[in-house]
Design a protein around this ligand. Structure first.
Ligand code: NAP
Length: 272
């Protein structure tokens, strides 16, 4: 039996175990997916121990995504981003990936969104960083709008300093209306809208030529997504992003095409 898992602190409410195990069951793979909660300074040591114990793959969440860089061989995207959320132990040293970044891209592709043109990403924290690098890696021009302007500027500079093909600008959240006029894609990567009926973007700024992805997945239908649907935009809820980071990890670990529908069903059952 293969063992996969998640390290984070905390990991108590993770939906990854049912999502991945639905995938193993559907593909008849003899494997389990378990969660581990090392102490806050124990991320790298946990990865080294997992390698010794014969664990096949690990997802990595807060607060360990940067710490584990020291004990893996990151692929180019994870290295540029400076964060790893998926480790494959089939090589020595283990290979590190960032499927959060790829998850955003695949969630948009699932909804037939053309990955070209201009994207506005609201937020410059962990989810914002992964989203910006994922989109810029596909050649998009990304305008980052964040409450704390300096963080948006710093993130844009790190995109410019890396070798991704796209470019980025960093701005204050006040500029979001203006930025959206020419935008094709909008991603909310702030926590605004989580368990509340607020939106980080005024409804009047949304339009029918936009595809809007909200990283927030609790609730699934956020105020932003309701406003976006009313404006005629394509909407993508946060569970799609969560799903596709898992799908991408599943495929890298097992070498098989992930059963997206089965994994999506298991994930959404946990979110209801
Ligand atoms: P984080 O690193 O703490 O970053 C939070 C971001 O939200 C920052 O840009 C912060 O701006 C902004 N923000 C917080 N409160 C705000 C407010 N009242 N007004 C405007 N901006 C505000 O958090 P994170 O890990 O990136 O997570 C952000 C959201 O994405 C959460 O809801 C999380 O659940 C979700 N998420 C979803 C997925 C998925 O797969 N769907 C994956 C990861 C995260 P400042 O810089 O100004 O503080």
């Amino acid at each position: 039996m293969d063992v996969y898992g998640l390290i984070g602190n905390p990991v108590g409410h993770s939906l990854s175990p049912p999502m991945h195990e639905a995938g193993y069951e559907h593909c008849d793979i003899d494997a389990r997916y378990v969660t581990f909660e090392p102490p806050a300074d124990g991320g790298a040591a946990a990865v080294e121990s997992a390698a010794q114990l014969g664990v096949s793959g690990l997802n990595v969440t807060i607060p360990f995504k940067q710490d584990v860089l020291d004990v893996v061989d990151p692929d180019p995207l994870a290295e540029r981003l400076g964060a790893v959320n998926t480790i494959d132990f089939q090589t020595d040293p283990p290979r590190g990936y960032n499927t959060d970044a790829i998850g955003v891209v695949r969630a948009l592709e699932h909804h037939d969104v053309d990955l070209a043109g201009r994207a506005v990403v609201v937020g410059a924290g962990g989810a914002g960083r992964a989203t910006v690098f994922g989109l810029a890696d596909h050649g998009l021009t990304v305008d980052i709008a964040n409450r704390t302007t300096e963080k948006a500027v710093e993130l844009a500079e790190s995109v410019t300093d890396s070798s991704v093909s796209g470019t980025a600008t960093g701005q204050g959240l006040d500029n979001v209306e203006e930025l959206l006029v020419d935008a094709d894609i909008l991603v909310n990567a702030t926590s605004v809208g989580m368990e509340s009926d607020e939106s980080p973007v005024p409804a009047e700024a949304l339009h029918g030529d936009l595809a809007v992805l909200d990283a927030v997945y609790s609730p699934l239908e956020t105020t932003l997504l309701r406003d976006a649907a009313a404006a005629g935009a394509t909407t993508v809820d946060g569970a799609w992003m969560l799903l596709y980071q898992g799908v991408e990890a599943f495929e890298r670990w097992t070498g098989e095409s992930a059963p997206v529908e089965a994994m999506n069903e298991a994930l959404r059952a946990g979110l209801d």
